[in-house]
Write a protein that binds this ligand. Structure first.
Ligand code: HEC
Length: 498
């Protein structure tokens, strides 16, 4: 496709149509939610946009080379000018199609808010400057008229700037605002999540407990860019604003009249149920917590306080560790986690332990003995305390530790499995493990577990499996325990190591 085969008048007509059509986009009425064919076309936008990005950049590179040649060699050899017209024509066509696709996607209402408006404006200005560049280029008779040629170069430069700006805005729209920077190397390690640093009674019911539920299960459709049903669920204020139906989301002390509560408690299969069927529903704890908050007045800065009802205290025992864990996970991803893994591996080596990421629980670490094992005692366990909340598995078979070490281990709030066979644990320290709400199994085979000590298992009813092979506990005791702890498997086996 060369200029000689396409009349200049045709090109100018194309430019005029593009500019008028795309120039109108920002001024057309605000989008209604729509579905169907236009949305189907719109979904091609993220695919198409790569063409104009590359073409606009290539045009700039070609122009740069020509300028360089003319400046240094006084002439363009080989003359790259023949590239400019085809590049401009293909850029114009692809940018127009992309812009129209983008506009259809915008009209679908899937994206709303300031960021998408900025993206739209970026795209429109890009189309205008690129068409400007082409217009001046062909007016300059392929570079013969100096002033027009300068204008062409300026527009082309501006178009490239707008490509960067607009695609960054688009990237933020689809991937979230921090997409570019989230994996920027960061050298800070080990921050407990901010919620975790607060005393339980100081936790804010809405901000600290309920908002993370929405973040998890609602915000994918109700955020500042995507407002399904016209509803944004990212803050107290946005919830108060409500959605399209303008029904109040919560009415103080009256959950059953509150649209929010109504939507999450509808029966499965109801079209109005939130989140919609294909998404993970809220669990009972989450629903009870929201109900309690509304019943208590739906106040933005209500604190948990020292005396929430028993039902809430109980549900928080399961809820809080999971919340802390997910908050911490959010903070430790990507590079930060790699840094941390390196730091822990080195630290472990210094004290004779292997500390590695636990593939079963992403973001957490497993601690195990070196082969051959180094001398490990209570002091070693104590040294690990700065990292206590990072461990999901803890395995010290044969270590010279006793029940005092269990006091420190009791602070490893994310522990799932504890392996302490062949140690001198008698069992009186088991009581320290009471707060480890995620702990599922303990291996105490061939340890010094005594008849009195093992009785402390009564305090740990959540634990699913305990290995007690070779302990000093007698049969009567084991029978009694099994009777009182029907959910717990107390196995006279050696059990697995980690
Ligand atoms: C998969 C997307 C999706 C998820 C996830 C989702 N919603 Fe919705 N939500 C919608 C859509 C679509 C509408 C509009 C249609 C309707 O009203 O049912 C809507 C509407 C609503 C409305 C009505 C707003 C109004 O006034 O019209 C409420 C309330 C609501 N959602 C609450 C929630 C809650 C609470 C959650 C999380 C527990 C949630 N949604 C999760 C898609 C979603």
């Amino acid at each position: 496709m060369t200029l000689t085969s396409i009349k200049t008048t045709t090109l100018f007509a194309f430019i005029a149509v593009s500019v008028i059509l795309v120039g109108l986009f920002p001024f057309l009425p605000l989008p209604e939610e729509s579905t169907g064919f236009l949305v189907f076309l719109g979904r091609f936008h993220p695919l198409l946009l790569h063409f104009p990005i590359v073409l606009v950049l290539l045009a700039l590179i070609a122009e740069g080379l020509i300028v360089y040649q003319v400046k240094t060699l006084k002439t363009a050899i080989p003359n790259l000018s023949f590239l400019i017209s085809p590049l401009l024509i293909s850029a114009l066509v692809s940018v127009l199609i992309t812009a129209i696709g983008g506009y259809f996607l915008y009209r679908s209402g899937e994206y709303q808010g300031d960021l998408v408006r900025t993206h739209l404006w970026g795209g429109v200005l890009l189309v205008l400057t690129l068409n400007g560049a082409a217009f001046f280029y062909w007016h300059s008779k392929n570079g013969e008229i100096k002033r027009e040629h300068r204008l062409y170069q300026a527009c082309l430069l501006a178009a490239n700037g707008l490509v960067i700006f607009t695609s960054h805005m688009g990237g933020s729209l689809t991937h979230g605002k921090d997409f570019l920077t989230e994996h920027m190397p960061s050298f800070q390690t080990l921050k407990p999540a901010p919620v975790e640093q607060k005393k339980t009674e100081e936790l804010l019911v809405f901000q600290d407990l309920i908002l993370p539920i929405f973040e998890d299960k609602c915000q994918s459709c109700h955020n500042e860019y995507k407002l399904k049903g016209g509803l944004q669920m990212t803050s107290f204020a946005s919830l108060q604003k409500g959605g399209k139906t303008e029904k109040p989301l919560f009415i103080a002390n009256n959950p059953s009249e509150s649209e929010l509560y109504h939507r999450i408690t509808l029966l499965d299969g109801d079209d109005d149920k939130m989140p919609p069927q294909e998404k993970a529903p809220l669990n009972e704890d989450e629903i009870s917590l929201i109900k309690w908050w509304i019943t208590s007045g739906a106040i933005e800065d209500m604190m948990l306080g020292t005396e929430p009802p028993d039902s809430i205290t109980t549900l928080l025992q399961g809820f809080l560790p999971k919340l802390y864990q997910s908050e911490r996970l959010k903070m430790r991803q990507g590079e930060e986690l790699e840094e941390l893994a390196k730091e822990l591996a080195e630290f472990g080596k210094d004290i004779g332990l292997v500390i590695e990421l636990d593939p079963e629980y992403p973001g957490f670490f497993g601690v195990s003995m070196e082969i051959p094992p180094a001398t490990i005692n209570n002091q070693t366990v104590n040294n690990l305390m700065p990292y206590a909340t990072l461990f999901s598995k803890f395995s010290l078979p044969g270590a010279e530790i006793d029940d005092d070490a269990l006091f420190e281990i009791g602070k490893m709030s994310n522990l799932r499995a504890l392996y302490l066979p062949n140690t001198c644990i008698k069992g009186e320290g088991l009581i320290y493990l009471k707060n480890l709400s995620l702990l599922e199994s303990i291996n105490l085979s061939n340890s010094c577990l005594s008849n009195d000590g093992i009785l402390n298992l009564i305090q740990l009813p959540e634990i699913k499996t305990v290995y007690v092979w070779g302990s000093k506990a007698d049969t009567l005791m084991l029978q009694a325990l099994r009777k009182n702890l029907p959910e717990m498997k107390i196995l006279e086996e050696e059990g697995a190591y980690y």
